[in-house]
Design a protein around this ligand. Structure first.
Ligand code: AMP
Ligand code: GLY
Length: 419
């Protein structure tokens, strides 16, 4: 079967790497892909209708979508109208990620545990509410803001400037509506699941590292590293998550008659009052996927076809017991502005250690791989223990260098330092 993968980051490289291992896969196309994707045909990313034409013309039997933007624009609706098999929620259901107020309303109506929040469409009412609630408080632009639309404000002044930024157009249309949310405290975990509207199957747990700097300092990023499983998700907590998050999510999808045959990602805060949902994404996490997929022993193509066809009930996933760690190597200055075009050295030597080097922001120029994005690589390794996996990942990281490379040395610190 020919497969089309949409996207070109580290998550998509991990997906391509895993899809390629399937005996069901013939040609794999990736739009736009990246230079790390060996054995995958990179094709230009066109408009959504043109991508559907491409899929028909190239006899694509399965399309998998990485990034949220295409899902929120309705790629699934367009492909299904053409009779194509595609994994993902349709445009309506993708609002679970595309609009935080839509997601909050869904959670409240269906009894999913989440922080208290109020939604505002004008600055004056938001500021009045802030005055009443005080800080700390979380200010969230309603729409997609490339991971930058959430400000955890520790002071009223900080919250005030975040509210003003939203309403003055910093996030464009995404900030025209603003949520003010109760600030939660605890350890975060990412729960990613396959959901076909009838069955929901969680993948292995994982944990991201959002902050740019070690000790969880500095600005929020797309994610500086991840590991799987996340020991904070104990067997008991899994039971609670199944009962209070996964099952109610599925019931909510059914009650709202949403066409959800895709990936649901619940970002959780494990508070002392239990797990609460910070956000939904309707796609695989990045870099969580890199750490999760190297542990998946089952055939991903088979799972995705069953997901798209609504036959997930027949699927059981098998996992390696070995933990995995992904360390993101980023360009100097990320998540702010950063240079591009620096030559990356040591990629082969890193892979010779046994690690997998997933590319994210790279380009090939004159036979050399150079940096071309903020998050450049996701160096991923398994180990017998989480400590081994950390050591193996950093052994590979230490083979790679470029001018201005930055990464965190403390990925998986919470797992390593658990009592
Ligand atoms: P989101 O894009 O909603 O995942 O938010 C990005 C990050 O902001 C999360 O991973 C958390 O670290 C933080 N965050 C979001 N909502 C809250 C909240 N209610 N309380 C504390 N931190 C939050
Ligand atoms: N790693 C966070 C995300 O994918 O949204």
């Amino acid at each position: 079967m020919n497969i089309l993968l949409i996207g070109g980051g580290g998550r998509e490289h991990a997906l391509a790497w895993k899809l390629r291992q399937s005996p069901l896969a013939d040609t794999i196309f990736c739009a736009p892909g990246n230079p790390g994707m060996k054995g995958v045909q990179q094709v230009p990313m066109l408009g959504l209708k043109e991508m559907a034409d491409f899929a028909v013309k190239n006899n694509v039997g399965l399309t998998m979508v990485g990034p949220e933007a295409s899902l929120c624009e309705g790629i699934v609706d367009i492909f299904r109208e053409r009779g194509l098999c595609i994994v993902g929620p349709n445009r309506e259901a993708a609002q679970l990620e595309g609009s935080k107020s839509y997601a909050k309303d869904f959670m409240n109506r269906h009894g999913l545990p989440t922080a208290k929040a109020a939604v505002f469409e004008d600055e004056a009412s938001a500021l009045a509410y802030l005055k009443k609630e005080g800080a700390p408080i979380v200010v969230k632009a309603d729409g997609l803001a490339a991971g930058k639309g959430v400000i955890v404000a520790s002071t009223v002044a900080e919250a005030e400037s975040a509210i003003k930024a939203c309403f003055s157009g910093t996030f464009g249309k995404a900030g025209a509506r603003v949520l003010l949310e109760e600030c939660l405290f605890g350890e975060e975990a990412s729960i990613i699941a396959l959901c076909d509207g009838k069955t929901i199957i969680p993948l292995a747990s994982s944990q991201d590292h959002k902050r740019a700097l070690e000790n969880d300092l500095g600005p929020n990023t797309g994610g500086m590293g991840a590991y799987s499983p996340a020991p904070v998700v104990t067997d008991d907590l899994w039971k609670t998550i199944d009962k209070s998050v996964l099952k109610p999510f599925l019931k909510g999808v059914q009650a709202d008659k949403l066409d959800f045959r895709g990936i649901i990602y619940a970002g959780l805060m494990i508070t002392d009052k239990g797990a609460k949902i910070l956000e939904f994404n309707v796609r695989f996490g990045d870099p969580e996927t890199q750490a999760i997929l190297v542990r998946l022993e089952s055939d991903l193509v088979e799972a995705l076809i069953k997901l798209a066809d609504g036959n997930l009930a027949d699927m059981a996933l098998k996992w390696s017991p070995k933990p995995a760690v992904c360390v993101v190597m980023a360009a100097n200055g990320y998540p702010g502005s950063y240079p591009k075009g620096d030559v990356i050295e040591g990629l082969e030597q890193a892979e010779q250690t046994g690690a997998v080097v997933f590319h994210a922001g790279t380009k090939e120029i004159d036979g050399k791989v150079v940096t071309s994005g903020g998050r450049v690589l996701g160096v991923t390794a398994l180990g017998d223990t989480i400590k081994d996996a950390v050591d193996n990942a950093y052994k590979a990281v230490d083979k790679i260098t470029w001018n201005g490379v930055q990464f965190r040395r403390d990925i998986a610190h919470r797992a390593l330092n658990r009592p």
